[in-house]
Design a protein around this ligand. Structure first.
Ligand SMILES: C[S@@+](CC[C@H](N)C(=O)[O-])C[C@H]1O[C@@H](n2cnc3c(N)ncnc32)[C@H](O)[C@@H]1O
Length: 282
């Protein structure tokens, strides 16, 4: 056959095929999106979808003290209601939902647009175990106990002071700093503690104190030399407080901020600075 005739015949075949298939493709796409209705209990990658009730969301975001300087991430964001409420009702700077199910991501982004909070509330398709959310100042989640435990090391590595709220499930031996109940449903709240284990040399004017501390999540204990005292307390993010003998039969408070290997603050009426001079034994 004449090659030009062959090309013409092939083109005609492709055109016929496209004419047959395209109307179905075009019709199928919007229909699939418009008819998507999430079902409570529908399968998810690691956990099914069950939405957090709005009353509890409000309580969770209050407990986290959410506000305009916050960047919130909701891990497994479902229909987007937590991130949307964070921007709409608490005016957080940004709220991102990470959700594995692409249909839920589309639905959430549409909900955010309808409620006038896009793009400050936005939703991305992803796996919470493979997505970096380390810049968030508030983490919310409604997952499962085993998933909270898998996330725990990642969360403990976040910036001290990061706030975490979990609907229903705890972090096992990382005791919550606060909790709330709304209509029989529980939420738990934690503040990521600074790391203070090790030996610190504290300098306050002419006085030098050596603190040897061990740490379990937000709780620490140890000894202070040269006064040979035991110390203990709980961190609130990067804030440390402990009581020390003053050498005259009384006591004074050390109140400081931890920044990596340094601390600074007040020891009684004096300013102090401190440096970690030895890491904890492994
Ligand atoms: C119990 S629902 C909570 C939804 C929302 N956070 C709320 O409280 O209303 C859990 C959500 O996590 C999603 N999910 C499950 N495994 C996931 C994973 N590995 N990465 C991202 N999302 C996941 C599910 O599709 C579901 O939408």
């Amino acid at each position: 056959m004449d090659p030009r005739a062959l090309v013409t015949r092939r083109r005609a075949m492709v055109a016929t095929l496209l004419a047959t298939v395209l109307p179905f493709v075009a019709a199928a796409q919007p229909a699939a999106q418009e008819t998507f209705e999430p079902r409570v209990g529908q399968a998810g990658k690691d956990v099914i979808w069950v939405p957090t009730p709005n009353g509890l969301i409000d309580r969770m975001l209050r407990m986290a003290n959410a506000g305009p300087s916050d960047k919130l991430v909701d891990l497994g964001s479902g229909d987007g209601r937590i991130a949307i409420a964070a921007v709409r009702d608490f005016k957080v700077a940004s709220a991102t939902g990470i959700e594995y199910n692409p249909a839920m991501v589309t639905l959430s982004n549409r909900n955010a647009t309808e409620q006038g909070v896009a793009p400050r509330a936005k939703f991305i398709e992803g796996d919470i175990f493979a997505t970096d959310f380390s810049d968030a100042t508030i983490v919310t989640m409604y997952l499962l106990p085993s998933l909270n435990l898998r996330l725990r090391p990642t969360i403990l590595n976040m910036k001290p002071g990061t706030r975490v709220v979990s609907h229903a499930f705890t972090m096992e031996e990382w005791r919550p700093d606060d909790r709330a109940e709304v209509e029989g449903q529980n939420a738990y709240f934690w503040i990521v503690p600074a790391r203070v284990a090790g030996t610190w040399r504290v300098q306050a004017g002419a006085e030098t104190v050596e603190l040897k501390l061990t740490q379990s999540f937000q709780d620490f204990r140890g000894t202070a030399a040269p006064m040979n005292a035991t110390v203990q307390g709980s961190l609130k993010g990067d804030e440390i407080r402990l009581t020390l003998p003053d050498g005259r039969g009384g006591q004074r408070e050390l109140v400081g901020k931890v920044a990596g290997e340094q601390m600074s603050g007040k020891l009684g009426a004096d300013n102090f600075t401190a440096t970690r001079i030895a890491q904890p034994a492994p």
